[in-house]
Design a protein around this ligand. Structure first.
Ligand code: HEC
Length: 163
């Protein structure tokens, strides 16, 4: 039975009023699962329950939402190279290659809104999204380093944009 996403948990089988069910949690989650991009779909958590002899239709797969390619965020071109190293060691594991990778549950920053990337420091330093799993890099990255990462993200989106 395709679920369109990862099956990370073990299934459980049980009986209610003489009818047997099998339930299994699906969706990428956990440390590695969250960042996995093994399909081009989003993988939100869902519990599938199968009834033996059941006839209900499965839920629709959730497509990965791809917004417009990032455009127009001002950046210093001379900072792209330094930003690459910072991005690779701090962000790539979760966010993938900007404007290239897709799928999974963590947004690709090459398709974030220009307002988001223009205000990158607000997301990276200060912990506004920690409840959604985005780390707070306060004390680990300086504002100047965040500017370099910004240059890499917009620079990469510009580099892959069809001419
Ligand atoms: C441990 C995984 C992880 C790492 C490492 C990580 N992030 Fe995130 N990031 C997330 C998650 C999870 C979200 C929230 C996604 C959501 O809202 O559903 C997020 C959200 C964001 C957003 C908001 C995107 C949007 O379009 O809404 C930005 C910007 C961002 N991260 C930048 C960065 C940068 C820059 C780095 C590296 C310095 C980084 N992140 C490192 C997991 C991570």
């Amino acid at each position: 039975m395709p679920t369109g996403t990862g099956v990370v948990a073990a299934p459980v089988s049980y009986e209610v009023d003489g009818k047997q069910y099998v339930s299994v949690a699906v969706g990428w989650g956990g440390v590695y699962g969250l960042a996995a991009r093994h399909t081009d779909r989003a993988g939100p958590g869902t519990v599938y329950t199968f009834a033996i002899g059941g006839t209900a239709r499965p839920p629709a797969f959730v497509e990965y939402k791809l917004n417009a390619l990032l455009q127009g965020v001002p950046y210093d071109k001379t900072q792209v190279e330094a930003g690459t190293a910072l991005y690779v060691s701090n962000c790539a594991f979760c966010h993938g290659v900007p404007a290239v990778d897709r799928g999974g549950n963590i947004p690709n920053l090459g398709y974030s809104t220009p307002a988001t990337i223009a205000n990158l420091d607000k997301f990276v330093l200060g912990g506004t999204l920690t409840d959604r799993g985005m780390p707070d890099f306060s004390g680990k990255l300086s504002p100047a380093e965040v500017e370099k990462i910004k240059a890499f993200i917009q620079g990469t989106a510009d580099a892959v944009r069809p001419k």
